[in-house]
Design a binder for this molecule. Structure first.
Ligand code: NAP
Length: 330
């Protein structure tokens, strides 16, 4: 498995990371603990050494399952645990809160759920516009000085927000959305990260399953699955995305003997200093990992991919629907 350094932290990890939002169940139609644990262990067996989680994923459930999967099999030291902080779900909805007191209590909760005494990579999940970024950065640097975290990251931050944050902390990573259909960050965050030595943990490598090649127009999403309200999955729009997937799949098979899923993850890895976060909740969903590793896309294929995308999805939608409100409200 290809590896990459995590900023200037001295840590390194596999370039494919396991995303565990769906393992938390919330917004993904529920979870199954035994299957989730098998998925986490299966990822490590396949060479994955970074696991991304967050308190908000199932309101603690994802972290608890990750902690259990690692502790009960003695695998803790084989992986980089990346978790997050700065979202509060105790009121009516989810709001951003990166005030020092909130971060301190989240850190202690995450350490307990993850059954560890140090978090390898601690990330602010979304920018809290009501708390100065310098203050948040100072809080995380204090956690690092105490030996409770090893590396510092932010997620969904703009370059201006990262500039402010970096005045008071050594930032190691940034986590934006990024996949063949969601490329907004190429305009700003990608060049910013490349020029400032940040490693990118990019999320949604499969665009919530669309780029797996296994989603059809007939697929029904159960319970609270966010794809019921994801604009890309709605009738009238999803057809264009599925057309793109069919054409990309044909290209991948003809040129490389691989599937659209392998092409999609490989493409993310070939765009810069990235770790592609791949959400999975069954071990078999990670079988294609072997098909992603150890090759690269040539420029001509990248151009052909861009041509297919411009013909099939000329006006791609950004994943804004996932963002929490900008203020905490009254
Ligand atoms: P994703 O990786 O694009 O898609 C995950 C979904 O794709 C899975 O839940 C599964 O859905 C389907 N899938 C995976 N492998 C498959 C396979 N081999 N065949 C068919 N379907 C497959 O989306 P994501 O989970 O949203 O993103 C990845 C990770 O990034 C998250 O888990 C999380 O760690 C992180 N993330 C972070 C943020 C942030 O704000 N920082 C936001 C979103 C995500 P089904 O099993 O239902 O088919």
């Amino acid at each position: 498995m290809e590896t990459i350094e995590i900023g200037r932290s001295g840590l390194s990890a596999s370039r494919i990371g396991l995303g565990t939002w769906a393992i938390g169940g919330w917004q993904w139609g529920g979870t199954d603990e035994a299957r989730s644990i098998a998925t986490i262990r299966g990822a490590i067996e396949r060479g994955v050494t970074l696991i991304d989680t967050a308190p908000i994923y199932g309101f603690g459930t994802s972290e608890e399952i990750v902690g259990k999967a690692l502790a009960e099999s003695g695998l803790r030291d084989r992986v980089v645990i990346a978790t997050k902080a700065g979202l509060d779900w105790s009121g009516d909805g989810v709001v951003c809160d990166s005030r020092p007191g909130r971060l301190r209590s989240e850190l202690e909760d995450s350490l307990r759920r993850l059954r560890t005494d140090v978090i390898d990579l601690y990330q602010i999940h979304w920018p809290d516009l009501e708390t100065p970024f310098e203050e948040t950065a100072e809080t995380l640097e204090a956690f690092r000085a105490e030996g409770k975290i090893r590396a510092i990251g932010v997620s969904n931050f703009s370059p201006d927000q990262m500039d402010a944050f970096r005045k008071a902390a050594r930032l190691d990573t940034v986590q934006p959305p990024y996949n063949l259909f969601e490329r907004e960050m190429e305009a700003d965050v990608l060049p910013y990260a490349a020029s400032t030595g940040l490693t990118l943990l990019t999320y949604g490598a499969l665009c919530r399953g669309l780029l797996s090649g296994k989603v059809s127009k007939q697929r029904v999403f159960e319970g609270d699955d966010l794809r019921q309200s994801d604009p890309k999955f709605q009738p009238g729009r999803v057809e264009a995305y599925l057309d793109a997937v069919d054409r990309l799949d044909a290209l991948a098979r003809e040129r490389f003997g691989k599937s659209v899923l392998s092409l999609a993850v490989r493409w993310v890895l070939d765009q810069g200093p990235t770790i592609a976060l791949w959400g999975a909740r069954r071990p078999d969903q990670l079988d294609p990992i072997a098909d992603v590793d150890g090759w690269s896309l040539d420029e001509e294929t990248k151009t052909e991919i861009d041509r297919i995308l411009s013909e099939t999805v000329p006006e791609p939608l950004a994943p804004d629907f996932m963002a929490p409100p900008e203020t905490r409200g009254a």
